[in-house]
Write a protein that binds this ligand. Sequence first.
Ligand code: KG4
Ligand code: ZN
Length: 355
Amino acid sequence: MVILGIETTCDETAAAVVERSESGRGRILSNVVLSQVDEHAAFGGVVPEIAARAHVETLDRVIGKAMKDAGRAFASLDGVAAAAGPGLIGGVIVGLTTAKAIALVNEKPLVAVNHLEAHALTARLTDGTLFPYCLFLASGGHTQIVAVRGVGDYIRLGSTMDDAIGEAYDKTGKLLGLGYPGGPRVEAEAARGNANRFALPRPMAGKPNADFSLSGLKTALRLEAEKIAPISEQDVRDLCASFQQAVVDVVADRLRVGLKLFRDRCGNPTALVAAGGVAANESIRKVLQRLAFEAGTELVVPPAALCTDNGAMIAWAGAERLALGLTDTLDTPPHARWPLADVAAPVDPYGRKPG
Ligand code: KG4
Ligand code: ZN
């Protein structure tokens, strides 16, 4: 089957066409991503109203290019998928409404995809990863450890109680005057800094649950920076390095617990899978590699362009759901909040519920 996927939940306007064979293999026929980073940079973060307007202005063109690159007409599609949340509601409405219009006019099934489910299933598109696997999702909006047991069958093992990891990087970048998005810039500065210079906390370390908390780390960093103000270039590098080391230590501690919780509930994972923009970070990848090795499993990190927000992951999740007969009606609502645990699962012929 061939599916069009539309992503507009944050600051990327994206559309892609993906094919799924009957055996479950995926092939990306086109993948168009238009980033709005420049429009938000001046504000040091995503401005919801600007994002929604930019989606309205560009989505038609982005979809047109995705269809053209794939060499497909709407009539030849098997379905239309859009991210129906969670995310910034203005953008979600734009993408979902557009998908509904295409589905209605062309008489195609609509699949309203949960954005987190799309991140969760990407490893099956890129690497054919089998269930069950342990997902570490770390982006600007989300930080979660999830047991992925099947399509629509997710257990959240841990999540952040305040800031997401990418958000903590972005706030650190902003505080140190590095611009937006902070993640790649903080990483670059950290590479030339001394990670032992500042003693920053490792929030939640040693706790028996697998939750994260990052706002205290950010505050501690601010206090250290204020203590030595005005800060030099080398101070910035050392602050970034110390911050990144603290994040890496927290990820190691929290994921170790997450993998243990996974084994207690689901047995051995087929893989540790990373998703989200933060997975682009070399130091974080290294620690994930170590954790996977310790846990006797393999690490799967999809290519960076598929870890960050994109249309291919929405199309793929749509295809996985459509293959199981999971479609949505044209009155399906957009969601600002939509926990993975609330995603509809396939109906079990024996009436059993996942869990
Ligand atoms: O998944 P993504 O593209 O968008 C969403 O937030 O959904 O992730 C973007 C986030 C930003 O917070 C960005 O700063 C962070 O991922 N990020 C990084 C790196 N590259 C991107 N964080 C740390 N190190 C990086 N190299
Ligand atoms: Zn995302």
